[in-house]
Design a protein around this ligand. Structure first.
Ligand SMILES: O=C(O)CCC(=O)C(=O)O
Ligand SMILES: [Fe+2]
Length: 280
């Protein structure tokens, strides 16, 4: 029955994950829920993010708990934080929002013992992709999220990434692209199917996830995915997403003394290299 559903299916989030939703998720590794956050909540979260940006820029912050911030220029040439980490630790509103009971069915899908990892891994992440001359983050190459565990010298723990989406994103806006079923590929393919973060090429089996503001997505941490660049420029190309990590198992908590993990060091080198190429 689940095979009859298109890969672009949009579901409604209720108080329980339905049998069909659970089967779709098991088969394909992702689910898209139609507008789980209301327009006023979308607006409140965006204004919290603006407030946090103003604070972090004023204090000259470069890292949060050892994780580098991605800072570029916005289309007006102003400093622009493009990847915020541990966001819920800097906003009581956001912390309360992500703990709301409406997300309980999603949390239980991860596991009865799952928790929001406010201070684990990268915490709640807020992304702002934009195409502009000074942008540090116009797109994101192919990767899985689960491999981060290897950097902590442990086998990938089951983890799901829960995304909240803030913009109307159609195929010409780039957006989230994922390979359905790739969560069932085994560890070898999870490591080597694509060249992590450097590969941006379209995959013939990729699915483009269209979003409307307030949409919620769930994807398995082992699923291959990327964010494509917009075909538009400037503010027209802005895409914002927020990811809430639900963790199980032993917690690896981070604080301001935590070192920068290897996968972020590689990203730092990659961004430095791109800036160098661009300035030639
Ligand atoms: O922005 C998105 O939708 C995806 C972000 C992502 O894959 C990540 O931060 O790991
Ligand atoms: Fe990801």
């Amino acid at each position: 029955m689940v095979d009859a559903l298109p890969l672009s299916s949009r579901f409604a989030l209720s108080t329980e994950i339905t049998a069909v939703q659970a089967m779709f998720f098991e088969r394909h590794g992702y689910l898209v829920f139609d507008r789980v956050a209301q327009p006023d909540e979308v607006a409140s979260i965006l204004s919290e993010v603006d407030r946090i940006q103003a604070e972090w820029i004023a204090e000259g912050r470069t890292h949060v708990h050892g994780i580098p911030l991605f800072v570029g220029k916005d289309p007006d040439g102003e400093p622009f934080i493009q990847r915020f980490t541990f966001t819920s630790m800097f906003s009581p509103y956001l912390r309360e929002f992500v703990l709301q009971s409406r997300f309980e069915p999603v949390r239980r899908l991860v596991g009865e013992d799952a928790r929001v990892g406010h201070d684990e891994m990268d915490g709640v992440v807020f992304n702002r992709y934009v195409k502009a001359p000074g942008s540090a983050y116009p797109r994101l190459g192919w990767h899985t999220d689960g491999l981060r565990d290897l950097a902590y010298l442990r086998m990938p723990e089951p983890m799901f990434n829960i995304g909240l989406h803030f913009d109307r994103i159609a195929p010409e806006d780039g957006g989230l692209r994922l390979i359905p079923g790739s969560h069932n590929q085994g560890l070898w393919d999870m490591c080597f199917r694509k060249f992590y973060f450097f590969d941006h090429t379209e995959d013939e089996s990729e699915v483009m996830v269209e979003t409307w503001p307030g949409d919620l997505t769930v994807h398995d941490g082992r699923l291959w995915h990327r964010v494509g660049p917009s075909t538009k420029d400037g503010w027209q190309s802005l895409r914002r997403s927020m990811y809430v990590p639900y963790q199980r198992g032993e917690a690896i908590r981070r604080n301001d003394d935590s070192p920068t993990p290897i996968y972020h060091r590689i990203g730092q080198v990659q961004r430095w290299w791109k800036r160098r190429q661009a300035s030639r």
